[in-house]
Write a protein that binds this ligand. Structure first.
Ligand SMILES: C[S@@+](CC[C@H](N)C(=O)[O-])C[C@H]1O[C@@H](n2cnc3c(N)ncnc32)[C@H](O)[C@@H]1O
Length: 434
């Protein structure tokens, strides 16, 4: 029997010890010459995977992917719109989160703090000074915090030993307002240096309008804990979207690419074809953004007569009610419930619903929600999705139960990543009177 050489012998995990040569990454010059973007940590970071692909080519591929995915569900009369891309697809992320870890620097013979992003598929932090998709002011603040930590005796968190103090920092920047919220996620509740630290940080970055401490004492991958206290400012920021103003707290769901969100919501409400007389359901409504935009109307058109929003998270529902009050929208009400259960209740009561707007999580909707939706039989359904695969599954149900897709609109919410947001509008077949 032929023996394996030492070089080829397999280790305990069954993998060969021989070093596998990675295919050589294209050079900076080659990427830029092709029209792509160059990032020195491209390929290692878990963030964007398509940076080196020219943006127009990314858009063409995403469009082709959507058309192929829905090919069997569209008919000859479906209007397929070209994907909405960004003019400048850089620095679009208005929410930046970074872990902080301590390492021993052999060259400098001292410990230092790293911050940045995790290496793809690991919990190793890649120290990065720049990111092509993150908001630049947010990134500068993340780095400034790293530099201030030793001066205030703030130790980075050690995940294995469950020691240290600062676990993560989240920075949110209001796209239109420019207001900045910094959330410091700490392992302990007591933060002795908090006042002096916050003062020093704000002196460096006067754009910061509020600082929040979030306490996460658990040994977990989940970033945020339950307990929060405001260290500076009001504890939230305001931002405007489609002419309305929204209150964003550290844990609220708020789309990270606000420029594209304006396009997404505008197209979704246009696709609802409101006349001013409709009762509209905003299902999976988060902080009520889409429903409030529908109540107000877009592109100079009329809004809904009445909006009912449903969302399972009570804190998001509280934000939605606040947002309605704050914008003077009286025709919107928000309910904290499971969307499927709520739809079943409405269907059992025989309520009338004209238009259903739905924006479920990546897992898509549920059979009981879709069944109740078909019983309520709104004359239009507008389905927004960040995961077109589950959207295609749900669309198949709707098409089999009395609806046809009359329009499809992909939107590029996450340039340089493989993700595409997609909007489908459905009309009820043979029921134009409602
Ligand atoms: C993709 S987000 C959309 C939020 C909102 N439409 C927006 O654009 O900001 C999905 C929302 O669905 C909520 N959700 C998830 N499962 C739910 C369920 N079974 N019932 C009600 N809401 C749910 C999540 O909490 C989240 O706020």
């Amino acid at each position: 029997m032929k023996k394996h050489s030492q070089k080829n012998r397999k280790n305990s995990s069954g993998r060969s010890n021989r070093r596998v040569r990675r295919p050589q990454a294209p050079s900076r010059e080659a990427i830029l010459a092709k029209g792509g973007l160059y990032c020195p940590i491209d390929g290692r970071c878990g963030g964007c995977m398509l940076l080196s692909v020219p943006y127009n080519q990314q858009l063409r591929s995403k469009q082709a992917e959507m058309e192929a995915l829905f090919a069997d569900l569209l008919d000859g009369d479906t209007c397929i719109r070209p994907i909405v891309g960004m003019k400048d697809p850089r620095h679009y992320r208005n929410k930046v989160v970074s872990p902080y870890v301590g390492v021993y620097d052999k060259k400098a013979r001292r410990r230092r703090v790293l911050c940045g992003m995790y290496e793809r598929g690991t919990h190793r932090v890649i120290d990065s000074r720049e990111c092509l998709i993150e908001n630049q002011e947010a990134k500068r603040i993340i780095l400034a915090i790293r530099d201030l930590m030793p001066k205030f005796g703030i130790a980075p968190y050690d995940e294995d030993a469950d020691t240290g103090f600062l676990r993560h920092v989240q920075v949110r920047v209001g796209h239109a307002s420019g207001e900045v919220m910094v959330t410091l996620v700490t392992r302990e509740d007591t933060f002795p240096a908090s006042k002096a630290f916050v003062r020093a940080l704000i002196k460096m970055y006067p754009s910061i309008t509020t600082v929040v401490q979030n306490v996460n004492t658990r040994q977990t991958n989940v970033i945020m804990g339950d307990k929060e206290r405001t260290l500076y400012g009001p504890g939230f920021i305001l931002d405007s979207l489609c002419g309305l103003s929204f209150r964003i707290s550290s844990k609220s769901f708020y789309q990270v690419n606000v420029e594209q969100t304006e396009a997404l919501y505008t197209r979704a409400v246009e696709m609802a074809r409101l006349t001013g007389a409709e009762t509209v359901m905003d299902a999976y409504c988060g902080t009520g953004t889409i429903g409030l935009v529908a109540a107000r109307g877009v592109s100079g058109g009329p809004g809904a007569a009445r909006v009912i929003g449903v969302e399972e998270r009570p804190d998001a529902v509280a934000d939605a009610r606040n947002n309605a009050r704050h914008n003077g929208v009286a025709a919107a009400e928000f309910v904290a419930d499971d969307a499927g259960a709520f739809m079943r209740t409405l269907a059992a009561r025989g309520e009338e619903l004209d238009v259903l707007l739905m924006d479920p999580p990546r897992s898509g909707s549920t059979p009981d929600f879709l069944k109740a939706a078909c019983t309520l039989a709104p004359h239009r359904i507008v389905y927004i999705s960040c995961n077109p695969k589950t959207q295609a599954r749900d669309a198949e149900y709707l098409v089999a139960h009395g609806y046809r897709i009359d329009e499809m609109q992909p939107v590029d919410m996450f340039p340089h990543t493989p993700h595409t947001e997609n909007i489908l509008s459905f009309e009820r077949v043979g029921n134009s009177s409602r």
